[in-house]
Design a protein around this ligand. Structure first.
Ligand code: AMP
Ligand code: MG
Length: 402
């Protein structure tokens, strides 16, 4: 087992061991937020037929050499227009989305015509193709609509619906077991006895897992070996095990020992970072195990930095790591040279249109309020010293950031 690895080494270890989960087929209307596991191609052109982009009349541009020109109204547009050729020198009334009658090559909007007894008077010059939506303008037959590994947004669902994809093949959602340790921790629904506190990491991690595309369930165990063993025995079938607390080197931090005795191979313990130095990773059989430090900020930051990308990889997503954006500090930061620092930040766009970021203030790893106030994590790499106001940094958005 490696000790005290860099953030990059930690990522490399985690990602070299994970695999995409099996797939399942779900109705399109249940697929929002799921990750597509097989590209969907367009079975035909979209739109399927050439149609009008405006309400008005369909005509041949060549029939209007000068303006004004009056053309007789041959017929009213309808679905049947698809097969009803436009007689030479005439026009047909048409509404937005109706098929252009064969022969027509332009649409003149109602605002640009005058109806007279002789027919329709066209007031402005007409160019071929104006206000016409050609068949296949949106998608050609055989085009990839959405690629494998893409997350289905409402717009993706809309496109798939238009192309007739009633069902889609997606990755199964990772089932994440969250083991909350600590003799001093009671479920948040209980009143803690003196000296104890409510579990906030369980609900926090459950939400983060859900927002990352997984499903989570929380199991409480204290710090005693037997209780830990018993709780763990019920969690073997999970796709991922996340342990909150008990990862440090205190007298009660027995999780690593108990899991090792149950067959876990630990790949690394401790990462050169703050918060979250005790971060630990291993495998319990086929189950990846993320040991997160118990302090609420450390737990949340470690999930965002390691857990979220891991779930993205298991979901077969095209983008695994959240993008990092350059920003300018508007408050100085105190960091620890030799540790990658993840500060909680509030990023905004300056008057000049540039990304700027301030610290949320005190950065103690028990100050969970800082995590709530933040919309991003500020990265300060381990080689850097205290960055002053004006220093360049990079940020990653936190889930739910605008
Ligand atoms: P540990 O990593 O177990 O040493 O815990 C470090 C700190 O985090 C202690 O102050 C714990 O009380 C606190 N802590 C641990 N687990 C939780 C939890 N589930 N919810 C809130 N605080 C916790
Ligand atoms: Mg503990």
């Amino acid at each position: 087992m490696l000790d005290f690895v860099s953030v990059d080494q930690a990522h490399a270890h985690i990602h070299s061991t994970l695999q995409a989960l099996p797939t399942e087929v779900v109705p399109l209307t249940d697929a929002l937020g799921r990750t597509l596991a097989a590209a969907v191609t367009s079975p035909g052109p979209l739109p399927p037929f050439c149609n009008a982009a405006m309400d008005g009349v369909a005509l041949r541009a060549a029939d209007v050499p000068d303006v004004p020109t009056t053309l007789p109204l041959a017929f009213e547009g309808s679905i049947a227009t698809l097969e009803r050729p436009l007689p030479a020198g005439a026009c047909a009334r048409i509404t937005t989305g109706q098929p252009l009658p064969p022969g027509a090559d332009a649409v003149v909007p109602v605002e640009r015509i005058k109806e007279t007894d002789a027919g329709v008077r066209v007031m402005r010059a007409v160019t071929e193709g104006q206000h016409v939506r050609p068949a296949g303008e949106n998608m050609a037959a055989g085009d990839t609509i959405i690629g494998s590994g893409q997350v289905l947004t409402p717009a993706a669902v809309s496109l798939l619906a238009a192309a007739g994809a009633a069902e889609v093949t997606v990755r199964q959602r990772p089932q994440v077991a969250i083991l909350v340790t600590g003799d001093e921790i009671v479920p948040h629904t209980q009143t803690p006895p003196p000296g104890a506190i409510r579990d906030s990491n369980g609900p926090d991690l459950q939400g983060r897992v859900q927002m990352a595309g997984g499903e989570a369930y929380v199991v409480h165990a204290g710090d005693r070996r037997r209780a830990l063993r018993q709780a763990l025995a019920s969690l073997r079938s999970a796709d991922v095990l996340v342990v909150s607390g008990g990862m440090s080197v205190g007298r009660d931090d027995l999780v690593r020992e108990v899991l090792a005795a149950m067959g876990t191979t630990w790949h690394f313990h401790r990462v050169r970072q703050r918060p979250g130095k005790p971060m630990t990773f291993g495998h319990w059989g086929a189950v990846p195990v993320f040991g997160l430090p118990g302090n609420p900020v450390s737990s949340a930051v470690c999930f965002e930095v390691y857990g979220r990308p891991a779930l993205a990889q298991m979901l077969g997503r095209q983008t695994i790591h959240p993008p990092r954006h350059p920003a300018t500090l508007t408050t100085p930061l105190r960091v620890i040279h030799g540790l990658h620092y993840f500060a909680r930040g509030v990023a905004t766009v300056s008057e000049e249109g540039r990304l700027q970021v301030r610290s949320t203030g005190a950065q103690g790893s028990s100050l969970s309020r800082s995590m709530w106030e933040a919309n991003c994590l500020i990265h300060v790499e381990e080689a850097r010293t205290n960055p002053p106001t004006g220093a360049p940094v990079t940020i990653q958005w936190l889930p739910g950031a605008p």
